[in-house]
Write a protein that binds this ligand. Structure first.
Ligand code: PLP
Length: 280
C-alpha cells in the first residue's frame, strides 16, 4: 500500500510539512525516484550516489552518510511491502522565514513515499510511444536532480495536450539533449548514440544500464551530440527512465520514426533490459 515517511516517522496518512519549507517556497531541494522489482530496490547505490552529487551541486549537506541513506530507504521500502514500487525521496533545505539566502546548518526535511506499481508487460513497451520536440531553455545544471521542474512540467504538459507521451528537448543550436523525464537514444546505421552525460542532461541510471546492456549485446555505442534533423533520419529512437524503462518512439512531431514500429536493435535492448531488471 501507499506508505509515507517524514523526518523519521512512518505514516499511512499523508504527512504535512511547514508552509515555510524552502522546497515549497523556492523549489530548494533534490530528489530521486527508485524502482523496485520483485521486492528489491533496483540500482539503489547508483541513486544514492546521484542524490549526494545533486545535493552537493546545490550546496546542501545531507544529514546522513551514503550508507545510512541507503539503509534508511531500504528499511522504509521493506515496511511498505510493495513488491513493485516507485519510491520517491525528496530532501529540501528545510524551513525558515522566506529569504532567498539560507543559513548553512538548517535541518533538511526528508520525505519519502512508496507507491505500488502495476508491473508493465513487455507488450506495453512494444506498442511504441509518441513525442513532440520542444525548446530546451533550461539552466546549465541539468545534471542536478532538483525539484525545480517547472520547465520539464510545461514541456510534458505540451506533449500531453498534443496527444503524446513525452517531450524531446532541443536547444537553440538544434542539439537534442534528453526528454521531460527521461534520456533519449537514437540508432542510425547500427550505431547507438545518446547525449554525453554533461551539464545539459540528467545522467540517468537507466541510461547507464542500457549502455551496459548494449555493450553486452555487441551494439556499437557512442556518447555523442546529435541534432533535431537526426531524429527524422534515425532508424530507431527510444527513451530511458526509471519508470519508462526502455520506451521506443514510433512517431515524433507527427512524423513516423523508422518503419513506424519499434526497431530491431531497440527490441533486443528492451528484451534484454526487461529481463535483467526482473531477474533479482
Ligand atoms: N532525465 C530527466 C530530466 C529525468 O527527470 C529523468 C528521470 O526522472 C531521467 C532523465 C532518467 O533518469 P533515470 O534513468 O535515473 O530515472
Amino acid at each position: 500500500a501507499l506508505l509515507y515517511y517524514l523526518d523519521g516517522e512512518i505514516l499511512e496518512e499523508e504527512p504535512k510539512v511547514s508552509a515555510q519549507d524552502r522546497g515549497y517556497n523556492f523549489g530548494d531541494g533534490v530528489y530521486e525516484v527508485i524502482r523496485s522489482y520483485r521486492g528489491k530496490l533496483f540500482a539503489l547505490e547508483d541513486h544514492v550516489e546521484r542524490l549526494f552529487r545533486s545535493a552537493s551541486y546545490i550546496d546542501l549537506k545531507l544529514p546522513y552518510s551514503p550508507d545510512e541513506m541507503s539503509k534508511l530507504i531500504t528499511d522504509f521500502y521493506n515496511k511498505s511491502g510493495n513488491p513493485e514500487a516507485a519510491v520517491y525521496l525528496q530532501i529540501t533545505r528545510g524551513a525558515a522565514v522566506r529569504n532567498h539566502t539560507y543559513e548553512r546548518g538548517m535541518k533538511p526535511v526528508v520525505f519519502m513515499y512508496s507507491k505500488p506499481l502495476d508491473d508493465k508487460p513487455l507488450s506495453y513497451y512494444e506498442g511504441g510511444f509518441k513525442a513532440i520536440t520542444v525548446h530546451d531553455g533550461r539552466w546549465d545544471m541539468c545534471q542536478a536532480k532538483t525539484i525545480c521542474l517547472l520547465y520539464n512540467i510545461l514541456a510534458k504538459q505540451k506533449a500531453k495536450d498534443a496527444g503524446c507521451d513525452e517531450a524531446i528537448f532541443v536547444r537553440d543550436n538544434g542539439e537534442v539533449t534528453e526528454c521531460g523525464s527521461s534520456n533519449l537514444f537514437i540508432i542510425k546505421d547500427g550505431i547507438l548514440k545518446t547525449h554525453p552525460a554533461d551539464n545539459r542532461i540528467l545522467s540517468g541510471i537507466t541510461r547507464k544500464y542500457v549502455i551496459e546492456v548494449a555493450r553486452k549485446n555487441g551494439v556499437h555505442f557512442r556518447n555523442e551530440i546529435f541534432y533535431k534533423e537526426d531524429l527524422f533520419t534515425a532508424d530507431e529512437v527510444f527513451m530511458t527512465g526509471t519508470l519508462s524503462e526502455i520506451s521506443p518512439f514510433v512517431e515524433i512531431d507527427g512524423k513516423t520514426v523508422g518503419n513506424g514500429k519499434p526497431g530491431e536493435i531497440t527490441l533486443k535492448l528492451l528484451h534484454s533490459f526487461y529481463e535483467m531488471v526482473r531477474s533479482v
